[in-house]
Design a protein around this ligand. Structure first.
Ligand code: 5GP
Length: 222
């Protein structure tokens, strides 16, 4: 059965509402991937699948988690202006395909972007009315370290590099619209859903409101 959130987001009204570009950033290990997965499973957001030159982790599927490409292919896309934003993160290139955003906005579909602060800044500059940005903080640096170790898909060198870079990433929290301390996964998930819902029904995104109000005022009540 359709729940209240589904009715409120009214996916059947697709096209009458301008889509939300929901950007999630955090240092590695703050819980962003788990939160992204929960949000995608919830079914109200599509994922922007980035291109990257990083090696695929065993659990990842090409085309689902990322489009894994070579450095040469990446540079070609970047030079052809196919990327709306891109950045070098932990020694690898990552970028968002321009096409993803164009399709999302044209269809009124809300999209999730799991990108770093450099990419978030570029998207905010380019689409200030569409981007809603959320930064996720770990409850402590100790917890961040143990979450990174628990993932066990990365080598110790990679873990150390990510831990080292975490402080620099956290310092960018002020350029985000919302900041969540991820102490409790369920609570953080509920908060992001609340942000998504409230942002989705902002007046400027609800393109159907003008004509609705017009018909409301034109309505004969006798
Ligand atoms: P990971 O290698 O753990 O998948 O991602 C490393 C970092 O790169 C994360 O902070 C992630 O948000 C960021 N990232 C992933 N895709 C993109 C992208 O398309 N653009 C930018 N700027 N960062 C990205």
């Amino acid at each position: 059965m359709e729940n209240t959130t589904e009715r409120a987001l009214n996916l059947k009204n697709t096209g009458k509402r301008r889509g939300v570009l929901l950007v999630l950033s955090s240092p590695s290990g703050a819980g962003k991937s788990t939160l992204s997965r929960l949000l995608l499973e919830d079914g109200h957001l599509g994922l922007s699948v980035s291109v990257t030159t990083r090696e695929r982790r065993p659990s990842e599927v090409n085309g689902v988690h990322y489009h894994f490409i070579t450095r040469k292919e990446f540079e070609q896309k970047r030079d052809n202006d196919e990327l709306i934003e891109w950045a070098e993160v932990h020694g690898h290139y990552y970028g968002t395909l321009r096409e993803t955003i164009e399709t999302a906005l044209a269809s009124g579909r809300d999209m999730l972007f799991d990108i770093d602060y450099q990419g978030a800044r570029q998207l905010q500059e380019k689409m200030p009315d569409d981007v809603v940005s959320v930064f996720i903080l770990p409850p402590s640096m100790k917890e961040l370290k143990s979450r990174l170790n628990r993932r066990a898909e990365d080598s110790q060198d990679v873990i150390n590099l990510r831990l080292h870079n975490a402080r620099g990433e956290i310092e960018h929290f002020k350029s985000y619209d919302y900041v969540i301390i991820n102490q409790d996964l369920e609570q953080s998930f509920a908060l992001i859903k609340a942000i998504h819902l409230a942002e989705a029904i902002k007046r400027r995104r609800c393109l159907y409101i003008d004509s609705f109000v017009k018909s409301l005022l034109d309505e004969k009540i006798e």
